[in-house]
Write a protein that binds this ligand. Structure first.
Ligand code: CTP
Length: 407
């Protein structure tokens, strides 16, 4: 699995840089090509000559060196890699990555890249525990950066605690894990032959030709779920209100504005095996949209008479002949998360509810991460905090396991 893979190894300036030499040797032994970028500080710990000898390639360090830029610009450095490994990842380099600073070749290469990144942090235990480093780590994690370590133990600085860079064997195991995941993502088609419907985004309920009622839903979670189902081979229709999210590859988008349009488009997509209702549907609409723009007529503000919108989740859950095999809804809660979600599952008649805590302190709304409790008839399973993409992958995996193989 590792044979022929191209690793771009970024070595930052930490005492653990000596372990990077061993890492290079082991990666080469497994048939991978390793191209190395060293920060200036890394030169204090290992010599470019040793790195070049073990990697059997030139070592790159200088952003402004004419030869480095003419022979191998920073764009090409990352373009020609399958995975970027930062080992050791120092507190300083992690901070620069999180902030998007591009002040040397290592940081510029990382910023100018869309390749997967694995970091192996290494630093003094106080630096690791510092809120600044932990905040930077949270940013990097939310952007999909993978991490191995650090481990705990005696540190070179004489202290004991967390901050010790993972051993080369552990880093290689993480690299293997990464490539296994990539291979799985490409070949796992457990939902081939299945049809899926996903709703996403907000709805807009018109008041008059220029005004509407809506909410702040970003569509991130719903779109990620459509992408994950399609990646597993499901023929996926995404019925979405207006969002900034790109349409995922292999997904058929049906754009809508109002809840009534969303219901009609969802019913038109039937029959489906899987329905995931992730849209933030406006609960109410104005009973009669004004034909002309409402004017200030001196008689005070207009009265808006609201009527309830159809509940798409409940409607699909109660379909008789063509009810989807699996209907999944969401519950956004700020208190008694699980208790409310259990009641909601029964009220709406769906199979699963993904309950998420949207209290302001969780940063869920509009953010990239989500803490989920999966409520099924059999019980409740709490998932650790993860990105919305990870929630989508885990949900799709769960759906595939439940429906049991290609249709
Ligand atoms: N839903 C829907 N159609 C609606 C309203 C909600 O399909 N008209 C779906 C949502 O897509 C989501 C779930 O129902 O899957 C959320 O239910 P809802 O009753 O809106 O719950 P909350 O948003 O959690 O709000 P509340 O607790 O106020 O009921």
């Amino acid at each position: 699995m590792l044979q022929g893979r191209r690793i771009l190894l970024i070595i930052a300036g930490g005492i653990a840089a000596y372990k990077s030499l061993e890492l290079i040797r082991r990666l080469r032994d497994r048939g991978m090509s390793v191209r190395c970028v060293m920060t200036k500080a890394a030169h204090q710990f290992v010599t470019p000559l040793a790195v070049a000898s073990l990697s059997e390639d030139k070592v790159y360090s200088e952003l402004w060196s004419l030869t480095d830029e003419s022979e191998m610009g920073h764009i090409r450095l990352s373009r020609e890699a399958d995975l970027i490994v930062v080992a050791p990842a120092t507190a300083d380099l992690m901070a620069r990555m999180a902030a998007g600073i591009a002040d040397d070749l290592a940081a510029t290469t990382l910023l100018a890249s869309d390749k997967p990144v694995l970091i192996a942090p290494s630093m003094n235990t106080m630096m690791w525990a510092h809120p600044a480093t932990q905040a930077n780590l949270a940013i990097l994690t939310s952007r999909g950066v993978n991490r191995v370590g650090p481990g705990a133990g005696d540190l070179a600085c004489g202290e004991v605690g967390s901050g010790r860079m993972s051993e080369p064997a552990e880093i290689i195991a993480a690299i293997e894990g990464h490539f296994a995941e990539v291979a799985l993502a490409g070949s796992d088609k457990r939902l081939a032959g299945r049809r899926a419907l996903v709703t996403s985004g907000p709805t807009r309920e018109p008041i008059d030709p220029v005004r509407y009622l809506s909410n702040h839903s970003s569509g991130k979670q719903g779109h990620a779920i459509a992408a994950a189902l399609a990646a597993l081979g499901a023929e996926t229709v995404l019925v979405s209100g207006p969002t900034q999210e790109p349409t995922p590859t292999g997904v058929t988008l049906v754009p809508v504005e109002t809840a009534q349009q969303m219901l009609a488009a969802s019913e038109a997509a039937l029959p489906v095996d899987i329905a995931v209702m992730a849209a933030a549907v406006a609960d109410w609409r104005v009973d009669r949209e004004a034909n002309q723009k409402l004017k200030k007529d001196g008689k005070g503000p207009p009265m808006l008479h609201l009527v309830e919108n159809p509940d798409i989740l409940a409607t699909l859950s109660r379909r008789r002949n063509d009810r989807p095999s699996l209907v999944v809804g969401f519950a956004a809660e700020t208190e008694n998360v699980v208790g409310n979600a259990v009641a909601k599952r029964q009220r709406k008649g769906c199979d699963w509810i993904l309950a998420n805590d949207v209290s302001p302190s969780t940063g869920t709304f509009g953010g990239d991460s989500n803490t989920i409790h999966l409520v099924e008839a059999e019980g409740v399973e709490s998932w650790p905090a993860m990105t919305k993409r990870e929630v989508a992958t885990r949900l799709a995996d769960r759906i595939a396991a439940t429906l049991g193989g290609p249709h």
